[in-house]
Design a protein around this ligand. Structure first.
Ligand code: NAP
Length: 285
């Protein structure tokens, strides 16, 4: 039976470290601050934003929330981002995606000061990852690396297979594994004979968005299987991309859904906010 990678426990350990760093920064500089922008009424986004707010408060980070109506224009949204870019008391800016139809996400991401881009979606920050510059890391892949590190699962020389090539998860995940000397294969919807790749994976990351997509026959004995998927089922329950019951019997390590990768994502957002605040303190000195 697989050992479950406990994202809740690791996330709370990271949050405790963040709380300590926050206290030091508040004492020696000022309270670190994260500004979160939500446009519209998407229920899932509202939950995510609320959770981010609670997480900030719990570790002492100042949390600013901007809830704009879905009728907000691109110009109004960009103006708010500019104001926050210029506010010296704001360390991190995050615009919750997806934006309502009619708003240009790319332009909004580009408008965020890369030094405050705690989601690490700005091309300047994604580009830095290519050269191994670990300033801000995208929260979900960074959270997965943190889990691997804390459970002392080696990456070097291992065959790492990532299913999914999104800008938010798949691509940066592959780069982080490569930067730690994994031998990385990226698979996607056009990959032929997917199982032939996944079956040779020492570390298999599923970021597909399809419930129970990875079945036991696709997994090598003793592999580490990371389930990034969050799929809301008709009964309201969450399911991952990995068929937990069968894969649990074959993998050596497995992340559950919920309670695996999910909690790590917010913890990494808090960590990025602290990184931004530290940089602002340095720039101030
Ligand atoms: P996405 O942008 O929809 O990307 C999905 C990827 O899966 C695409 O690259 C797609 O390939 C690939 N794919 C789809 N069908 C496939 C198939 N049959 N065989 C192989 N590859 C296939 O999704 P995402 O934003 O990366 O998110 C993936 C999942 O992770 C979602 O369930 C999302 O909710 C979850 N997520 C979780 C967290 C967290 O904190 N735990 C954070 C972010 C996302 P193509 O590129 O060829 O279309």
């Amino acid at each position: 039976m697989a050992i479950l990678l406990d994202g809740k426990a690791v996330s709370s350990a990271v949050r405790e470290e963040v709380a300590k760093e926050t206290a030091v920064l508040t004492e020696s500089f000022r309270q670190p601050c994260l500004a979160v922008i939500l446009v519209g009424d998407d229920p899932a986004s509202q939950v995510y934003v609320r959770n981010k707010h609670k997480a900030c408060e719990a570790c002492g980070i100042r949390s600013l929330q901007y809830h704009l109506p879905k009728e907000t224009t691109q110009k109004e949204l960009l103006a708010l981002v500019q104001t926050l870019n210029g506010d010296p008391t704001v360390d991190g800016i995050l615009c919750q995606l997806p934006l309502p139809e009619g708003l240009d996400e790319k332009e909004v991401i580009l408008s965020i000061d890369p030094g405050k881009d705690v989601d690490s979606f700005h091309p300047v920050n994604t580009g830095r990852i290519l050269s191994g510059d670990y300033g801000f890391l995208p929260c979900t892949p960074a959270g997965i690396m943190e889990l691997l590190h804390r459970y002392e699962i080696p990456v070097r020389g291992k065959h790492c297979v990532v299913i999914g090539r999104s800008n938010i998860v798949g691509k940066p995940m592959a780069m982080l594994l490569l930067n730690e000397s994994g031998t990385v294969t990226i698979c996607h919807s056009k990959t032929k004979d997917l199982s032939s790749f996944t079956r040779s994976a020492d570390i298999l990351v599923a970021a597909v968005g399809k419930p129970d997509f990875v079945t036991a026959d696709m997994v090598k004995d003793g592999a580490t299987v990371i389930d990034v998927g969050i799929n809301r089922m008709a009964d309201g329950k969450l399911k991952g991309d990995v068929d937990f019951e069968t894969v649990e019997k074959k993998a050596a390590f497995l992340t559950p859904v919920p309670g695996g990768v999910g909690p790590m994502t917010i913890a990494m957002l808090l960590k990025n906010t602290i990184t931004a605040a530290k940089r602002h303190r340095e720039a101030d000195q």
